[in-house]
Write a protein that binds this ligand. Structure first.
Ligand SMILES: [Zn+2]
Length: 238
């Protein structure tokens, strides 16, 4: 009998909060979850995006039972949910799962460092292009919904800054943007408009968790739920 269950992740569901006990871990099968950190009551910035290539609750693999960041469902979908103690037991019983978790945490650390550098050095328009590409990868669709407010959170800028950057990308015919409904019209062009951080994140994932580390499959395949190295390692506990 499976020890995990498939749950719906509705828009706006909080999956983790700093300082609160992590009761479950989530392996998204669809949809996407935004990780953000608050600097004060009014300001927060997105530091990561989790889709079916990753998981929420990875701190447990470090022996810490709370998350350092907020995790909020931004793209509704489904996830495999495991109770924290079930996950910890599985981790204790599986050297393979431990190895993949260590490598995954290395990627997470690398992505956080990249996000810090990105927000300091790269222009808002290029950063918006990057987040839209990351979102498209996890939404598995060129069409998705992101509110103006969320985009401002993602980029750590005022809403007017988002409007300016989104309008610029739209005028270049790379995206269509209307009341939060986004369509990526020109993926290749958007990749060119993005800062180098998008490619750097993907390259790190490929290097640490990609084809050479798993079963010789390309990154695109690794981003699907059935072949995610994290999820495959989690299989024996089901
Ligand atoms: Zn950047």
């Amino acid at each position: 009998m499976s020890q995990g269950k498939i749950v719906l992740l509705p828009f706006g569901r909080v999956l983790a909060e700093p300082g609160q006990l992590l009761e479950s871990v989530y392996f998204p099968l669809s949809g996407f979850i935004s990780l953000f950190t608050a600097v004060d009551e009014r300001h927060s910035i997105e530091v990561g995006l989790i889709g079916n290539e990753g998981m929420v609750g990875s701190s447990l693999a470090l022996g810490v039972d709370s998350s350092p960041v907020h995790a909020l469902v931004q793209g509704p979908g489904k996830a495999l949910q495991l109770e924290a103690d079930v996950f910890e037991t599985a981790l204790g019983n599986s050297a393979t799962l431990q190895r993949v978790m260590q490598r995954y945490l290395h990627v997470v650390l690398g992505n956080l460092a990249q996000a810090a550098a990105c927000s300091r050095f790269h222009l808002v328009e290029a950063r918006l292009a990057r987040w839209l590409l990351m979102t498209q990868d996890r939404a598995h669709s060129p069409d998705f919904h992101l509110t103006h407010e969320l985009l401002a959170h993602m980029l750590g800028v005022r809403r007017v800054g988002v409007t300016k950057a989104a309008t610029a990308l739209q005028q270049r015919r790379l995206i269509r943007y209307s009341r939060g409904d986004i369509t990526v019209l020109d993926r290749t062009g958007l990749e060119r408009a993005s800062c180098t951080c998008y490619r750097a994140d993907r390259a790190l994932y490929e290097e640490i968790l990609g084809s050479r580390q798993s079963r010789g499959k390309p990154l695109e395949t690794e981003l699907t739920p059935v072949s995610s190295p994290l999820r495959n390692s989690a299989k024996p506990i089901n």
